[in-house]
Design a protein around this ligand. Structure first.
Ligand code: PAF
Length: 273
């Protein structure tokens, strides 16, 4: 596995490769969820590039930028064992300059849900993803469905800016007890880890109700909120896969999203139906 940190060196290297490139952008602290993105990229491409970059512009003041889990050596090993060809490990100074051109997330879809409590978050995500995609110029780029709104906005960016990369959404990987894998799960105490299971339980309950033909969004959301009551819930939403509001679940075109704070840790989860 080659490790490259200079953006232009990577761009030059890939320009001559003429191969089908699969790209997995990450912020490191890799877990099974990332490994499943890499695995899918490995299966569908000739060359796999993974980036590890804790992007400062997507963190708001007071968030966990400085304490974000860092596991560089373990991450390198995981990439090597997962068959990654190139690990891109840039420094912030090589990605950002002083007087920056940056993207602004769309007015509505970028500032609801996650974007409502973290208003500049998606500007930072879209800007860095645009930069990374321009450096790597992959055939396919892989993102987890757990960050459903991020995936939706990146797909929208690619479509509206007429970019040629294919965006692939990959299913969420869960711990055996149902908790969705996330680098931030390491922040949870034993009690918080236990409490966090209310999030996946509320989603399972919603799925069960839908299987029993209860499709009224208000009824399902109320039941989910009952399960989530002990947590500090930021949102529970049932939307179409294009993130439009629904009165009734449309099986095949629905995503159910939860964001809740467990202690100080914000956890996201969702199911796609
Ligand atoms: O999902 C993430 O890890 C990040 O938001 C991403 C896409 C790597 C951009 O920094």
């Amino acid at each position: 596995m080659k490790i490259i940190s200079a953006p232009l060196a990577l761009k030059e290297y890939l320009k001559n490769s003429k191969k089908r490139v699969g790209f997995v952008p990450t912020m490191g602290a890799l877990h099974e969820g990332h490994i499943s993105l890499i695995k899918q990229a490995r299966e569908q491409n000739e060359l796999v590039v993974v980036s590890i970059f804790v992007n400062p512009t997507q963190f708001l003041k007071g968030e966990d930028l400085d304490s974000y889990p860092k596991k560089d050596e373990a991450d390198k090993k995981i990439c090597e064992l997962s068959g990654v060809d190139i690990l891109f490990f840039p420094h912030a100074k090589d990605i950002y300059g002083e007087d920056e051109v940056s993207l602004v997330a769309p007015n509505i879809r970028g500032f609801v849900l996650e974007g409502s409590s973290r208003p500049s978050h998606f500007n930072g995500v879209l800007t860095v993803v645009m930069k990374l995609l321009n450096i790597v110029q992959p055939t396919n780029a892989y993102f987890g469905k757990k960050d459903a709104q991020q995936l939706n906005l990146i797909s929208l960016m690619v479509k509206q800016l007429f970019m040629s990369v294919n965006i692939v959404g990959v299913d969420t990987v869960r711990e055996s007890d149902g908790l969705a894998m996330s680098s931030r799960n390491t922040y949870l105490s034993l009690q918080e880890r236990e409490d966090s299971l209310k999030i996946s339980s509320s989603l399972y309950e919603a799925t069960k109700m839908i299987r029993n033909s209860i499709l009224d969004v208000k009824i399902i959301k109320n039941r989910m909120r009952e399960i989530l009551r002990p947590l500090e819930v930021e949102y529970v939403e049932i939307l179409s896969r294009e993130f439009e509001y629904l009165w009734h679940v449309e099986v095949g075109n629905t995503v159910i999203l939860v964001e809740a704070k467990v202690g100080k840790t914000r956890l996201l989860d969702n199911v796609w139906l």
